[in-house]
Design a binder for this molecule. Structure first.
Ligand SMILES: Nc1ncnc2c1ncn2[C@@H]1O[C@H](COP(=O)(O)OP(=O)(O)OP(=O)(O)O)[C@@H](O)[C@H]1O
Ligand SMILES: [Mg+2]
Length: 391
C-alpha cells in the first residue's frame, strides 16, 4: 500500500516510514509534503491509497484545503494525527468521512491497528489485477446484454473468477433482469453520487449478487438520474474494480458518449456483438470506424457473432473481410433456451446446462481465460522478432 505523509516533521516521517516498511505487506511512504497547500500544489501522479495528515501545525484555512484534498484523492483513505490543538479541523475531517484519528506523539501499536483496519477495508491483502472487457451491441437487440450477463455467470461458476458486470446503459438498462429476480437497491448513479466512499467493500455492497462470485452493478432506472455519472467517476470505479475483481464486464449498450468512451478507453478488450445480417454489419463498420478514429488498438477489438447459423448466405470470412476485425467467438441461435432464460431471469447455464447456448458460453470462458496465455506468447514473439504466421 502506498502512502503520502503531510507533515513538516522529518522525525515523524522517518518514524512512520520505518514502521511502514516493517509491515507485511509493507506500507510504502512514497512521498511527503510539508502542508496541505503543498500537497494540493504538487499532487502525486499516481494516487496513494492512504494519506496521513499531521495536523499539529494546522491553521484556519486548512479545513477547506483538507476537503479539497479528500476530493482530489477520492479513493484514498485518510488518517489524521492530532495533538488536540485544532478541534475545528478534526470536526471538518470527520464530516468529510475520515475515520482514523491518532494521537500525537504516535503510539506505534495504534498506528499499526489503524493501518490494519484500512488495509482490511481496502482489501489490500488480496489485490487483484482485473481485466476490463466491454460488450457493445452493434445494433439494437444484437444480444450484448444476454451474452455479457450470461458470460459473467459462466466465468464465475466455471472458471471460479470473481466477476463484476457494470450496466452502462444510460436509459432502460436491464442487465440485472437477465440473470436475477432481485431488485437492485443501488445503481451506478448511487455509486457515482457517493464516489468519495468508494472502496472494494462499498462497491461489492452495491451489487445485485447472482452468485457470491458474480455481481451486477445496475444501471440507473430513472433516466433523470443518469446525469450523475461523469467520466471521472467511471475512471475511479474501474480503478477500484480492477483491484477487487478478476474480470469487469461492461454492458455498454449502443450509445457512444463521454461516459461510455471513458470506459472504453480503459478496457483490455472490446467485443462488438452482432448478427450475420447486412444491417448489423453496416452498423458494426460504423462502430469500428469510430474506434479506429479514436486510435483504439484494433488488436483489442474482436467480434462476437450472435445467433449464428452455419450455412447462411453470409460467411464468417466475409465478415472478417468487410470489417477487418477478427471473430473471437460465435454463439448459436438457440431460441428456446435463450428465451426461457431471459424470460425467467435465470442464467442459461443454470437453466439449460446442456443447451447449445450454454455450451457456447462455456467455450467462450475457455477462449477468454486462455487468451491471456496467447497474448503473452504474442508479446514474446514480438520481442524476439518472430513473424505473425511463424507457428
Ligand atoms: N443466441 C441467441 N439465440 C436466440 N435468441 C437470442 C440469442 N441472443 C439473444 N437472443 C434474444 O434476443 C433478444 C435481445 O437480446 P439482448 O437484449 O441481449 O440484446 P442487446 O444487444 O442487449 O439489445 P439492446 O440494444 O436492447 O440493449 C433477447 O431477448 C433474447 O431473447
Ligand atoms: Mg442490452
Amino acid at each position: 500500500m502506498k502512502a503520502l505523509l503531510i507533515s513538516r516533521d522529518t522525525q515523524l516521517y522517518a518514524e512512520i516510514a520505518s514502521q511502514g516498511a516493517a509491515r507485511v505487506p509493507p506500507l510504502n511512504v512514497a512521498a511527503s509534503r510539508a502542508s496541505l497547500r503543498d500537497a494540493l500544489d504538487r499532487p502525486l501522479a499516481e494516487a496513494p491509497s492512504l494519506v496521513i495528515v499531521d495536523t499539529s501545525e494546522a491553521d484556519v484555512a486548512d479545513g477547506d484545503l483538507f476537503e479539497r484534498l479528500t476530493r482530489h484523492y477520492a479513493v484514498a483513505h485518510f488518517m489524521l494525527l492530532t495533538d488536540n490543538h485544532h478541534p475545528e479541523l478534526l470536526i471538518r475531517a470527520m464530516r468529510a468521512g475520515v475515520r482514523e484519528v491518532l494521537q500525537l506523539p504516535l503510539v506505534h501499536r495504534a498506528l499499526h491497528e489503524a493501518i490494519d483496519r484500512i488495509a482490511a477495508s481496502a482489501g489490500v491483502a488480496s489485490m487483484r489485477d482485473g481485466k476490463v472487457l466491454a460488450f457493445i451491441a452493434c445494433k439494437g437487440g444484437s444480444g450484448a446484454t444476454f451474452i455479457s450477463t450470461n458470460f459473467g455467470y459462466a466465468l464465475a461458476t466455471l472458471a471460479d473468477k470473481k466477476v463484476l458486470l457494470i450496466d452502462l446503459h444510460r436509459q432502460f438498462g436491464d442487465a440485472t433482469l437477465y440473470v436475477s429476480d432481485q431488485k437492485p437497491a443501488m445503481t451506478l448513479s448511487d455509486v457515482c453520487r457517493q464516489i468519495a466512499r468508494i472502496d472494494g467493500p462499498f462497491l461489492e455492497s452495491c451489487l445485485v449478487h447472482v452468485t457470491p462470485g458474480f455481481g451486477v452493478l445496475a444501471a440507473a432506472d430513472d433516466p433523470g438520474q443518469t446525469t450523475e455519472a461523469k467520466p471521472e467517476h467511471i475512471d475511479t470505479i474501474l480503478r477500484v474494480a480492477r483491484q477487487h475483481y478478476d474480470y469487469i464486464l461492461l454492458d455498454v449498450g449502443r450509445q457512444i458518449d463521454a461516459v461510455s468512451l471513458r470506459a472504453l478507453d480503459s478496457t483490455d478488450a472490446i467485443y462488438p456483438v452482432l448478427q450475420l445480417a447486412l444491417p448489423d454489419i453496416r452498423d458494426a463498420r460504423r462502430l469500428l470506424d469510430i474506434f479506429r478514429s479514436l486510435g483504439y488498438v484494433t488488436d483489442h477489438i474482436r467480434l462476437i457473432v450472435n445467433r449464428y447459423e452455419k450455412g447462411g448466405r453470409l460467411r464468417l470470412q466475409d465478415l472478417h473481410a468487410a470489417l477487418g476485425a477478427e471473430v473471437l467467438h460465435t454463439v448459436p441461435n438457440d431460441y428456446v433456451a435463450v428465451t426461457d432464460s431471459v424470460n425467467q431471469g435465470i442464467p442459461v447455464l443454470q437453466l439449460s446446462r446442456g443447451s447449445a447456448a450454454a455450451r457456447s458460453l462455456s467455450d467462450l470462458v475457455e477462449v477468454v481465460t486462455a487468451r491471456r496465455v496467447t497474448e503473452t506468447k504474442g508479446l514474446l514473439d514480438r520481442l524476439f522478432g518472430r513473424g505473425e504466421g511463424d507457428d
